[in-house]
Design a protein around this ligand. Structure first.
Ligand SMILES: Nc1ncnc2c1ncn2[C@@H]1O[C@H](COP(=O)(O)OP(=O)(O)OP(=O)(O)O)[C@@H](O)[C@H]1O
Ligand SMILES: [Mg+2]
Length: 359
């Protein structure tokens, strides 16, 4: 899917903006505080119905207004165009897709999958496992449509088991939840492992061929000791679970190890390398999504120049070009990248909340 038209009203300093992006490259240039990240935030809202900067809607609605709206037309160029609209007040969120009100964000995400690479992206390496699980599950969710339900079922049972643990019931009552938990954990584990097996070679290839990093690797940690089967791990941790009132083992504790030259990327890679590693991870997901489902996933790159020297900026641009998907790139100066070799591009200038396409 590509975003073929975008209108934004009252999102931060973007009071009334309309653009017709290129289905391929879109370069958004403007000084600090002009509204570039806000424009990406508007696009992100169309795919996720939430911001990547804050969970507080009050912060993204223009201070002088009560609500914001973002409207988009999405489709492949020759396809039928589908309207999507988000209306967000301080209290209420309305999502309309193809003239139908949606209750679930997940349906929206399936229609307009999006990836974002921004100056905070490298933090996925240093933040808790939750953020890396979130990265992994984004991909699994998009290619395995039964994954979300398995995850919801697993979480439901996990909550019951944790409640039993907290109420000092007998081992038998706690164990009564285990069968269902194990069954759902198996499904989740199966999907995640299968997905990662397909993702790893693509990630390593992008690292090697685009970013000159030969020794990248990614490995799944299921959330319990690898040498054990899950049912044994649950049994072995029962006493510990009872003492702390929650379940220590399971897919809710899984993680991924991201390494360079056999060392954790967080400790070994420079900041610029970290950005490239995360970029390779995200682009690998975009490539795999296209391979498995035929879907094009637009990529938002906020402040492309941050942390990257000229050579790596050019490499990132090349990697984005190779993907063949729609791209939105923001930067403060046009001269930071050489776009000469890029076809199907449009450039937009942002100035104090207004956006103009430039020839
Ligand atoms: N709720 C709001 N209402 C009105 N203006 C806001 C609101 N939230 C933020 N702003 C302002 O919107 C402007 C645009 O912010 P934005 O982060 O999009 O800038 P930017 O172009 O990405 O800048 P930079 O290059 O520094 O990253 C800023 O001046 C900011 O203070
Ligand atoms: Mg910004």
């Amino acid at each position: 899917m590509s975003l073929l038209k975008l209108s934004v009203n009252n999102l931060r300093n973007l009071k009334d903006v309309e653009i017709k992006p290129s289905p391929r490259f879109n370069l958004i240039v403007g000084p600090n505080a002009s509204g570039k990240t806000s424009l990406l935030e508007a696009i992100y809202l169309l795919g996720f119905a939430k911001s990547f900067r804050t969970s507080n809607p009050k912060k993204i609605i223009n201070h002088q207004q009560d609500e914001l709206t973002v409207f988009g037309q999405i489709g492949q160029q020759s396809d039928r165009v589908m309207p999507v609209a988000i209306r967000r007040s301080r209290k209420e969120l309305q999502i309309k897709l193809d003239n139908r009100m949606l209750r679930k964000r997940s349906e929206l995400s399936l229609t307009l999958p999006l990836q974002i690479i921004n100056p905070e992206s490298h933090r996925i390496l240093e933040l808790g496992p939750k953020f890396r699980r979130h990265y992994l599950d984004w991909g699994v969710f998009h290619v395995e449509h039964r994954f979300l339900q398995a995850w919801k079922d697993y979480f439901h049972i996990l909550k019951q088991r944790n409640a039993a643990l907290r109420h000092f019931v007998t081992n038998g009552i706690v164990r009564a939840w285990d069968e269902g938990l194990i069954e759902k954990a198996d499904v989740i584990n199966h999907y995640r492992c299968g997905y990662l097996q397909q993702l790893a070679p693509i990630f390593e290839k992008i690292g090697r061929e685009v970013f000159d990093m030969n020794t990248l690797s990614i490995e799944y940690r299921p959330g319990w000791p690898k040498e054990q089967i899950y049912s044994d791990a649950l049994n072995l941790s029962l006493e510990r679970d009872k003492a702390s009132g929650y379940t220590h083992c399971g897919p809710h504790r899984s993680d991924i190890d991201i390494k360079i030259a056999g060392q954790p990327a967080l400790e070994f890679a420079s900041r610029g390398q970290q950005k490239l590693i995360i970029t390779a991870l995200k682009l690998a997901q975009v490539a795999l999504l296209k391979e498995r489902t035929g879907k094009n996933c637009p990529v938002l790159v906020d402040d492309l120049a941050s942390e990257l020297d000229q050579k790596n900026r050019a490499k990132l641009l090349q990697a984005l070009d190779n993907l063949g998907t729609q791209v939105f790139i923001t930067m403060t100066e046009q001269s930071l990248v050489d776009m000469d070799g890029i076809r199907d591009k449009k450039m937009f200038h942002v100035k104090q909340g207004t956006i103009k396409e430039v020839a």
